[in-house]
Design a protein around this ligand. Structure first.
Ligand code: FDA
Length: 394
């Protein structure tokens, strides 16, 4: 029987942070993961360059049943704290856009940094270890694992959400939460592409697969994001779509303004006056790719010389392009989602310590909790901040 002060299950972003910070406090920390490698999502993240935080992180960038829950941890371990750690390790990085910080080189710089910190702090990392049973003991918790029994005073659940099962994601954390009397709020895929079944729309997206529209305003349920969108074989993706997907529920309508930077009716009226013989598709090719302009002109409108349109027709064109309404048939699901919405109900967890209010000595950190960030480095910032918060008390 091995004895440890702290056992952390899940060697992902939150678990690694919590492990070395707790170990630096002098706690004996055992970090367990069933995968053959720590931090697989860190390696995959940000297209291989890990968007590790966001300069403009604020509580408003997070979705949760309790929007106040994330405030304390985010205030006590900020983006500036993580940037200082990155700088201490000499990891080169840059701001891509909108405050999003990415590695200049590879995500492995961030993972390497966290593993170095764990090594220096004396964290014991054990991979390919399966947790078979967890029970309360007199002094804390007792675990049966594929590598033998372990007891600890503090048990930290850092097993993340359900997104991308091939990277080791499981619902284990929710199972442990329920075992100790916690509510788990319904989960669904977030930051995920939309799929379409309407044959015409699907065909349009498929034909335009790989095409992006740089500046779109995408809205749903009172939320809007202005970023680019991407057509895919199955529907729509790109940052603005991923962002809005977290606010979308099946059956909801999504509105897309394909040209938010332009008063389109005014522009079309000017073209009609100045270039009356130009065809609609030629004009639209100045705003979109030639292929997209051609497809939209054929499928949504009738392309003819602009002088032949009556004002109501121009209004209809402007309306369609600035207020494209569609009802996605679904999302790509956990297979490709970046995050999982919902999770362990924060009402029963201390926002200061991340400790369970139902079972003393049990902690939840990272994505397993019902806290989900917008796209742009916010989810990692939550993992670092919640991991750091728990590490002060475990
Ligand atoms: P995380 O998922 O990192 O770690 C959980 C760990 O628990 C894993 O190592 C897993 O193997 C382990 N585990 C699970 N079940 C277990 C069990 N039963 N027994 C033992 N171990 C178990 N965010 C961001 O801010 N910037 C970005 O650039 C990206 N990019 C990105 C790309 C892709 C493809 C994905 C899927 C996600 C992102 N994200 C992101 C989101 C980000 O990766 C995510 O929010 C954090 O990794 C969550 O950190 P956690 O530590 O909570 O879980």
């Amino acid at each position: 029987m091995q004895t440890s002060d702290v056992v952390i299950i899940g060697a992902g972003a939150a678990g690694l942070m919590c492990a070395f910070v707790a170990a630096r406090r002098g706690r004996r920390v055992l970090l367990l993961d069933h995968a053959n490698k720590a931090g697989k999502k860190i390696l995959m993240s940000g297209g291989g360059r890990c968007n590790f935080t966001n300069l403009y992180t604020e509580p408003a960038n997070f979705l949760s049943g309790n929007p106040h829950f994330c405030k304390s941890a985010l205030a006590r371990y900020t983006q500036w704290d993580f940037i200082a750690l990155v700088a201490k390790h000499g990891v080169p990085y840059h701001e891509k856009k909108l405050g999003q910080l990415f590695c200049d080189n590879k995500s492995s710089d961030i993972l390497g940094m966290l593993l170095d910190e764990c090594r220096e702090a004396g964290v014991e990392l054990r991979l390919e270890t399966h947790i078979q049973q967890i029970e309360r003991s007199e002094s804390g918790y007792q675990l049966q694992t594929s590598a033998g029994a372990v007891t600890c005073q503090s048990l930290v659940i850092a097993t993340g959400g359900l997104s991308i099962p091939t990277l080791g994601a499981t619902g284990f954390g929710y199972q442990v939460a329920r075992q100790f009397g916690h509510d788990v709020l319904p989960t669904r895929a977030g930051l995920v592409p939309f799929t379409l079944t309407d044959p015409q729309l699907k065909a349009l997206c498929s034909e335009l697969s790989g095409t992006s529209v740089e500046d779109c305003l995408v809205s749903c349920n009172g939320q809007s994001f202005r970023e680019n969108i991407l057509f895919t074989h199955r529907g729509l993706s790109g940052p603005a779509i991923l962002q809005i997907s977290s606010f979308w529920q099946p059956g909801d309508t999504v509105e897309i303004n394909l040209l938010p930077h332009l008063d389109l009716l005014d522009w079309l009226t000017t073209q009609q006056r100045e270039r009356p013989n130009s065809e609609l598709k030629t004009l639209l090719a100045e705003l979109f790719t030639k292929k997209m302009a051609g497809l939209l002109s054929e499928q949504w409108f009738v392309s003819k010389p602009v002088k032949q349109y009556v004002p109501t027709e121009l209004e209809a064109i402007a309306e369609r392009l600035s207020c494209w309404s569609l009802v996605p048939s679904g999302t790509e699901g956990y297979r490709t989602a970046e995050v999982t919405l919902g999770g362990v109900d924060t009402q029963e967890v201390s926002s200061k310590t991340m400790e369970s209010r139902k079972s003393p000595g049990l902690y939840f950190i990272g994505e397993v909790l019902d806290v989900t960030g917008h796209l742009g480095g916010f989810n990692f910032q939550w993992a670092w901040a919640s991991g750091f918060a728990a590490a002060q008390y475990v």
